[in-house]
Design a protein around this ligand. Structure first.
Ligand code: HEC
Length: 152
């Protein structure tokens, strides 16, 4: 009984929420917000990796963040499916060129993934100078895509 009542209450809350919303959220809105969050987190990872480099910390400590970055880099094209531009109905800085020049966008994503894979490989080795140099290569790959495909 208690469970039924709880279910009914949750159902009513959901209905109330839907009725109160200005307009229905599209599934693409969730994708936009998830990729924006992942992009921000990749910025956090890049910043913490750089801080560790500058502090001269052992690069072994960067294995997890660099692997996370590489995993995300490979997922980037899939985070920009058709229909997840301005039509998604939530604020986005994704430029229409992501879809009108898909090959160009995917090439930038592939450069980023290759650079991030290499950074993760170097984190598993013992060459701090090469690791630091590769961080700069990854950073350039972020910028290179933003220049053409991100507004603002
Ligand atoms: C292949 C293209 C591409 C690459 C590579 C890329 N980004 Fe982005 N990034 C975008 C696009 C497009 C947006 C806008 C997404 C949106 O608003 O829907 C974005 C948004 C962002 C944002 C803003 C998120 C927000 O909404 O506040 C940050 C921060 C960011 N990227 C950081 C990075 C970092 C750091 C890297 C590299 C480690 C990187 N990006 C690599 C395309 C890319």
């Amino acid at each position: 009984m208690k469970r039924i009542l709880t279910g009914a209450a949750v159902g009513l809350l959901c209905l109330g929420g839907a009725a109160g919303a200005q307009e229905a959220r599209t599934p693409a809105a969730d994708i936009v917000e998830a990729r924006q969050a992942a992009m921000m987190l990749s910025g956090v990872a890049m910043g913490s990796i750089k801080a560790a480099i500058d502090a001269g910390q052992p690069i072994a400590g960067q294995r997890f963040p660099t692997r996370a970055l590489a995993r995300w880099a490979h997922a980037v094209p899939g985070a920009f499916p058709a229909g997840s531009g301005a039509e998604a109905g939530v604020p986005t800085n994704a430029k229409p060129e992501i879809w009108s020049d898909r090959a160009g966008f995917e090439a930038k994503a592939a450069d980023y993934a290759a650079a991030a894979d290499r950074l993760a490989e170097l984190a598993a080795g013992d060459d701090p100078a090469a690791f630091a140099a590769q961080w700069t290569v990854v950073r350039a790959s972020c910028q290179s895509c933003h220049d053409g495909y991100k507004a603002g």
